[in-house]
Design a protein around this ligand. Structure first.
Ligand SMILES: *[C@@H]1O[C@H](CO)[C@@H](O)[C@H](O)[C@H]1NC(C)=O
Ligand SMILES: *[C@@H]1O[C@H](CO)[C@@H](O)[C@H](O)[C@H]1NC(C)=O
Length: 376
């Protein structure tokens, strides 16, 4: 499954270089459709009523409201009505007041299976810390990720959520790659906008970052990985355990529109792909799934920052093996030897990794077809 989503990303990322994704990708989409339609597949939606019944939902509404009040107090902002991001369009007019359950109690259905790709820019070994800004400019987001076990429908305490995303001008820190910033070698020693947080008794991991900017071929998104059974080391990193979720978070197009109008987002001259054109966004938003972060405004404008929350369903018995391109050490970043993402975007070999995508079912079929042609 993981291999398949890698193949889709590859197709999306390489589409510019290689033309349209080939028939294999369509095959894989059809496969996924079948999977999504499997009656045994569990999603977070199956947990909504259980979470409500147990009072978890009401508790989350109170906690999220308290979080926004707390952020406001820290920023010296007066109390004001709570507004969701989609109400941005009405700012200056009279915003429609909504019940708090509607603003703070929306339950998302994060995609579970197949999971989304880690992409070529995951750096492993990152620090356990909540504030990922370190001076990085942009629209700040205080983000709560709520981890739920889809089998028991209970919040999961003590797992580690990892978060990373592009900066406001669409560059990933910590990675030197063509098409990712100016390619300066020192970039490998930058770990802004990357970090890890444990979940508390209510399953919540809390971060401060920026609303991600965009880069060629993708809509704005954040990456996440959930680590189960990891151990915290004295140097504030985690070790061991296994990965039960690899995913991406998205934002409503109307919010992105307003964010991209603000400096420094507005100085990003990379082509901007909108949600509706992004294959991976589409994949995460079909069959009742949605990986869109719910956004509540902190002040009157985006310059005051936003508060966001999203639920992530995990299956604790799942185990994924995403591949990091680099690793964070106390000496800064170093490449991970043998990572399939080394050398991405593989310009020398025409946009394909030199060894191909090991395990990608499409690759096998393509190879078989090539052989058939040679025999004919
Ligand atoms: C985004 O990151 C790149 C690489 O670190 C940096 O050159 C660029 O200035 C950053 N964007 C902003 C707006 O700071
Ligand atoms: C933290 O400690 C581990 C185990 O000794 C080591 O492998 C890792 O590189 C260290 N990371 C940092 C950022 O110091």
């Amino acid at each position: 499954m993981v291999q398949f989503t890698k193949a889709v990303t590859f197709a999306v990322l390489a589409a510019g270089a290689l033309g349209h994704p080939g028939g294999n990708v369509r095959d894989e989409f059809e496969k996924r459709e079948q999977h999504l339609n499997n009656p045994k597949r569990r999603t977070l939606a199956d947990c909504h009523s259980a979470l409500e019944r147990r009072g978890h939902q009401d508790l989350m509404v109170e906690r999220r409201k308290a979080r926004v009040n707390d952020i406001r107090a820290r920023k010296g902002l007066e109390p004001r009505p709570y507004l969701r991001a989609r109400d941005l369009a009405t700012i200056g007019l009279t915003p429609v007041e909504q019940p708090e359950s509607e603003i703070f109690g929306r339950q998302s259905n994060c995609i579970l299976d197949p999971e989304q790709t880690e992409g070529p820019y995951w750096v492993t070994g990152e620090l356990v810390r909540s504030d990922l800004l370190d001076g990085e400019p942009g629209v700040t987001i205080d983000l709560d990720i709520n981890v739920i076990d889809v089998n028991s429908c209970s919040p999961v305490e003590g797992v580690y959520a990892e978060l990373w995303g592009a900066n406001s001008t669409g560059v990933y820190t910590g990675v030197v790659a063509s098409g990712n910033g100016d390619g300066s070698a020192s970039e490998i020693n930058n770990n802004r906008l990357r970090g890890i947080q444990p979940t508390d008794a209510e399953g919540t991991a809390t971060f401060k970052s920026v609303v991600p900017g965009h880069y060629v071929g993708r809509t704005n998104h954040l990456h996440t990985i959930i680590h189960n059974d990891a151990t915290m080391l004295p140097n504030n990193t985690i070790q061991g355990g296994k990965i039960t979720h690899v995913g991406q978070f998205y934002f409503e197009q109307s919010l992105l529109q307003q964010v991209e109008d603000i400096s420094p987002y507005s100085t990003n001259d990379q082509e901007w792909m909108q949600n509706s054109a992004d294959m991976l966004y589409q994949q995460s938003s079909s069959n009742g799934d949605s990986a869109i972060v719910e956004i509540v405004l902190v002040g009157d404008t985006l310059a005051d920052g936003v508060y966001g929350y999203i639920d992530v369903g995990i299956n604790p018995s799942a185990s994924y093996s995403p591949q990091p391109v680099n690793m964070w050490t106390d000496d800064g970043g170093i490449p991970v030897p043998g990572s399939m993402w080394q050398g991405y975007p593989w310009e020398e070999s025409g946009g394909m990794p030199p060894g191909g995508f090991p395990g990608w079912p499409g690759a096998k079929r393509a190879e078989a077809k090539r052989e058939q042609k040679l025999e004919a």
